[in-house]
Design a protein around this ligand. Structure first.
Ligand code: FES
Ligand code: FES
Length: 156
């Protein structure tokens, strides 16, 4: 299958990638760009482990084709820290014990960032809704919700 050259912004950097038409955004980011923070939990849009932000909107990157992001702006978990400093949401997850496993945490943080970009002072109910697409199969959500509320309060 011939590859197609696409140009996009990834974590603030203009990037050209030759992609196969069948590749998902997640595959391209992990396999071609070697950014392995986003995980494939289900591959069917159900778990949120692959969450990225495309043109300011949270997406499940396992359900998007790489060719769909031609000309667009993509932010992955690797793009949140700036100048050696963690993003406030990442720091809040550490401070509250919301970092659980490496599989669900990147997606949780991306969903939390997306929520707080839209709703800087969410209620607990809004936090639950904002992270409803992100599943933890083992530990639970209390510390994660606490981390998001903490990040919101830190941003006030
Ligand atoms: S891997 Fe994309 S939603 Fe589960
Ligand atoms: S799936 Fe990551 S802590 Fe449960």
């Amino acid at each position: 299958m011939p590859k197609q050259l696409i140009t996009l912004i990834v974590n603030g950097r203009r990037t050209e990638v030759a992609v196969e038409p069948r590749w998902t955004l997640l595959e391209m980011v992990r396999e071609e760009l070697r950014l392995s923070g986003s995980k494939e939990g289900c591959g069917t849009g159900d778990c949120g482990a692959c969450s990225m932000i495309v043109d300011g909107r949270l997406v499940t990157s396992c359900l998007m084709l790489a060719t769909q992001v031609d000309g667009r702006d993509v932010v992955t978990i690797e793009g949140l820290a700036k100048n050696g400093r963690l993003h406030p949401v990442q720091q809040a997850f550490i401070d509250t014990g919301g970092v659980q496993c490496g599989f669900c945490t990147p997606g949780m943080i991306m969903a939390a960032k997306s929520l707080l970009d839209r709703t800087p002072s969410p209620t607990l109910e809004e936090v639950r809704e904002g992270l409803a697409g992100n599943l933890c199969r083992c530990t639970g959500y209390a510390k994660i919700y606490e981390a998001v509320m903490h990040a919101a309060n830190a941003g006030k």
